[in-house]
Design a protein around this ligand. Structure first.
Ligand SMILES: [Cu+2]
Length: 646
C-alpha cells in the first residue's frame, strides 16, 4: 500500500528494474554469445539491481559487434564483474528466498541473517557456482562443488558483509514494513542490499579472477547456433563447411579471463578443455588471509548492527510498523514499545469522515425496561482536524471526540460496546462510582475486548457533573489516538451552577508527520505537533456567540494524555464552580482567568460576557496554539473565540 513517499520511488524503481531485466533477457538470448548459466546470472542480477544491472551488462558483457565478445570481455575489471555476477545471482537468490521464508515463519532478525547466509551460500555453491564451473570445465558436478567451495566462501562472505547490515538497519529501521514480504519496501531493501553486497564482493572477485581461482565472463559459440561465427561467415560466403577463424568456432567454449594468460586463444580448439582449466597461482597463506579477512568482514556485518538495533525481534513482532521520526530505537527496545508508538496504518481506516463532520454529538439511547441502552463502537477513521490536515484516529462511533452521553443522575445505563479496532481495548467511565467489573481497566477488572469482540457495561449513575469516558487498554496509544468522549450528568434535583450558555471543551494532542498519524506522547520523537478542541484545531474550532451580560459555563475536560494545559479566557475572570464533576460549595468557588487542566481533570467555570468583541479561549503554552508550529489567523490548535455582541 502506498503510504509513504518512498513507495512512489519504489514503484518507479521496480518498473525500471522490470524494463531493464526484460531488455537484458531479450538481448542475452538474442544477441549475446554466452553460456546459458551466465545469461541467467545477468538476468537475475538485473532483476535485483535494476538499471545498475543493465549498466554492468552493457558496459562489461554485451557483445558490442558480432565476433567481439571474446576480446571485449577480456579486461580484468569486466572479468571481475562477471565473477561477481555469478556469485550474486546465486547468493542473492538464496538470501532473498530465505528472507521471505523467515519473515513468514516469524523468526528473530538475528536468526534470519544466519539462515540467509546459509541459504545464500548453498544456493550460490550448489547451483550457480558449480553449474557454471561444470559448464566451463567439465568434470563431475561434485568435483566442481569442491573446487568452487573456497572462491564461493570468500565471495559470499564479502557480499553478506555488505548486505547483512543494509538489511538489519533498514528492516529494523523506522519503516518496518521492510520486514514484511507483502510490502514493496521489503523488496526495495533486498534490492539495495544486493547492490551494496555486489559492491563489497566485487574487489574480492577481481582478486579471485586475477589469481585464477574463479572464472569471470566466457564466450560460447556452439556450432550451428546463431553465435557460431564460422556458420555466419559460411552463410554469407555462400558455401558451407569453411570456417574462419578457427579460434572462434568448432564448438569451443572460450574463457577469456585474465587468469589464464598463458593459454593462447588459438589453442582453444575443440576438445582442449584443459586449456580452460584454472591454474591458480594463489598461495595457501594468501588464500587463508583472504578467507580470514572476509570472514571477519562477515562477522562484523552480522554482529555490529546488533549494537544499534534489536535483532531479537521478528517480522511477526514488528513487521509492518512505521515508527515516528526521531523515536529512540536501540538494541533493547522491546517490540511492544514499537507497537505502542507506531503509526496508525492507513489500511486500517474503515471510515472517512466528511471534512465538515463534528464530534461530541449527543448519543440517543433506546429504552429497554427503564434502562437507557447506548451502542458504542470503536474503529479507525480518517478525520479532519483542519481543512487540509487529516488524522488517522481511533474513534468511538466514527466521531471525534466520541459521542456525548447526556445522562441524568439516577439513570440505569447499559452500554453495548463493540471493538472494531485492529487491537484489543476496553472502556472506562472516568470518575464514576460503579461495580468494579464495570470499571473497564483491561486485565485488571476484565479481559480486554479483542478485535471484533463485544462487552456490555451496565451501572446506575449516582453522581452528577462533568465526566468523561475513555479507553483503558493500551491507553498510552489509544487515548492519544482519540478514544474518549464526554459524560455530562444532570443532577436529579436540577441543583447546579447555571449559565445562559454551556460549552464543553475536550482537549487533545496529535502527532501527524510525513502523511502518518502517531500517538502523541511525552517521548523522544513522539511529541505532539497539532492540538484540538473537540476534534478541531483553530481556526476550525467553534466560535461561540454571546450577548453582553450573558454567562457561559465552560466545561474543560482533560481528555488528552500528556500535557497540563493552562486554559485561559480573555476579557476578565471566570468563576470556578466545579472540579472533577464535584460542584464546589459557594464558599470555595473562586475567580481566576486561567485553570491548569491536567489529563483526566475537569473544571467547570462560569464566565460573563462583559464587553462586546472577540474574546479568546486558549491554552497558555504558546506552542499549543500553533498548528505544526505555524500560527494562522492569530492562533492555532487550542484556540477558540467567544464573539460577544451588544
Ligand atoms: Cu496546552
Amino acid at each position: 500500500m502506498i503510504v509513504q513517499p518512498i513507495d512512489y520511488a519504489l514503484v518507479i524503481w521496480f518498473a525500471l528494474a522490470g524494463l531493464s531485466t526484460a531488455y537484458v533477457a531479450y538481448d542475452q538470448f538474442r544477441n549475446n554469445p554466452e553460456p546459458t548459466v551466465m545469461k541467467w546470472g545477468f538476468i537475475l542480477v538485473t532483476l535485483y539491481m535494476g538499471p545498475i544491472g543493465l549498466l554492468l551488462y552493457v558496459l562489461a558483457d554485451k557483445e558490442p559487434r558480432p565476433g567481439e565478445h571474446e576480446t571485449f570481455t577480456s579486461p580484468l575489471w569486466k572479468q571481475g564483474v562477471g565473477s561477481t555476477i555469478h556469485c550474486v545471482a546465486g547468493d542473492a537468490t538464496g538470501i532473498i528466498l530465505a528472507a521471505a521464508v523467515t519473515a513468514l515463519l516469524g523468526l528473530p532478525m538475528g536468526i534470519d541473517l544466519v539462515i540467509e547466509y546459509v541459504a545464500g551460500f548453498a544456493f550460490g555453491l550448489f547451483i550457480f557456482q558449480s553449474l557454471f564451473m561444470k559448464q566451463m570445465m567439465g568434470g563431475t558436478y561434485w568435483e566442481n562443488v569442491r573446487k568452487s567451495f573456497w572462491p564461493e566462501f570468500i565471495s559470499m562472505n564479502a557480499m553478506m558483509a555488505g548486505m547483512a547490515p543494509a538489511m538489519a538497519f533498514l528492516m529494523m529501521g523506522r519503516d518496518m514494513r521492510a520486514m514484511d514480504p507483502t510490502e514493496l519496501v521489503f523488496w526495495g531493501v533486498m534490492s539495495l542490499g544486493v547492490i551494496i553486497g555486489f559492491a563489497t564482493a566485487y574487489p574480492w572477485n577481481v582478486w579471485l579472477v586475477r589469481r585464477g581461482l574463479k572464472h569471470g565472463l566466457m564466450t560460447e559459440r556452439r556450432p550451428g547456433s546463431r553465435f557460431d561465427l564460422g556458420r555466419a561467415i559460411a552463410l554469407s560466403d555462400g558455401h558451407a563447411g569453411h570456417s574462419e577463424p578457427a579460434s572462434l568456432s568448432a564448438g569451443a567454449v572460450h574463457a577469456a579471463h585474465a587468469g589464464h594468460r598463458t593459454t593462447a586463444e588459438g589453442d582453444g580448439t575443440a576438445g582442449s578443455r584443459d586449456d580452460h582449466g584454472m591454474r591458480s597461482d594463489a598461495t595457501l597463506p594468501q588464500l587463508a588471509a583472504v578467507a580470514g579477512v572476509t570472514t571477519l568482514m562477515l562477522a562484523a556485518g552480522m554482529v555490529l548492527p546488533g549494537f544499534f538495533v534489536n535483532l531479537g525481534l521478528s517480522a511477526r513482532d514488528v513487521g509492518g510498523l512505521i515508527m515516528p521520526p526521531g523515536m529512540i530505537m536501540d538494541f533493547d527496545t522491546p517490540a511492544a514499545a514499537m507497537r505502542d508508538m507506531a503509526a496508525v496504518h492507513p489500511r486500517h481506516v474503515s471510515y472517512r469522515a466528511p471534512a465538515n463532520a463534528i464530534g461530541d454529538q449527543t448519543l440517543e439511547p433506546r429504552l429497554e425496561n427503564g434502562v437507557k441502552v447506548f451502542e458504542l463502537e470503536a474503529s479507525v477513521i480518517r478525520w479532519n482536524i483542519l481543512g487540509n490536515v487529516t488524522v488517522e484516529a481511533y474513534a468511538y462511533n466514527r466521531q471525534l471526540p466520541g459521542p456525548r452521553l447526556a445522562l441524568t443522575q439516577g439513570d440505569r445505563v447499559r452500554i453495548e460496546f463493540r471493538n472494531n479496532l485492529p487491537e484489543s481495548t476496553t472502556v472506562h467511565w472516568h470518575g464514576l462510582i460503579l461495580p468494579n467489573e464495570m470499571d473497564g481497566p483491561a486485565e485488571i477488572t476484565q479481559e480486554p475486548v479483542p478485535p471484533g469482540g463485544r462487552y456490555t457495561y451496565e451501572f446506575t449513575v449516582g453522581q452528577s457533573g462533568t465526566y468523561f469516558y475513555h479507553t483503558h487498554g493500551h491507553v498510552d496509544r489509544q487515548q492519544a489516538l482519540g478514544l474518549y468522549g464526554a459524560l455530562i450528568i444532570a443532577p436529579q434535583d436540577g441543583d447546579e451552577p447555571k449559565a445562559d450558555i454551556e460549552y464543553t471543551i475536550q482537549l487533545q494532542e496529535w502527532l501527524k508527520r510525513e502523511w502518518l498519524t502517531y500517538p502523541a506522547m511525552l517521548m523522544e520523537g513522539a511529541l505532539p505537533n497539532y492540538f484540538t478542541i473537540n476534534g478541531k484545531a483553530y481556526p476550525l474550532t467553534d466560535t461561540v456567540r454571546m450577548k453582553v451580560g450573558q454567562t457561559i459555563k465552560l466545561r474543560f475536560v482533560g481528555t488528552n494524555n500528556n500535557f497540563v494545559h493552562p486554559m485561559h479566557v480573555h476579557g476578565g475572570p471566570f468563576q470556578v464552580v466545579a472540579r472533577d464533576g464535584e460542584t464546589l460549595p459557594e464558599s470555595a468557588r473562586f475567580l481566576a482567568d486561567t485553570v491548569n487542566v491536567g489529563p483526566g481533570q475537569r473544571y467547570d467555570v462560569i464566565w460573563t460576557a462583559r464587553r462586546p468583541g472577540k474574546w479568546l479561549v486558549h491554552c497558555h503554552i504558546p506552542h499549543h496554539t500553533t498548528n505544526n508550529n505555524v500560527e494562522t489567523q492569530g492562533g492555532g490548535g487550542l484556540t477558540m473565540v467567544i464573539n460577544v455582541e451588544d
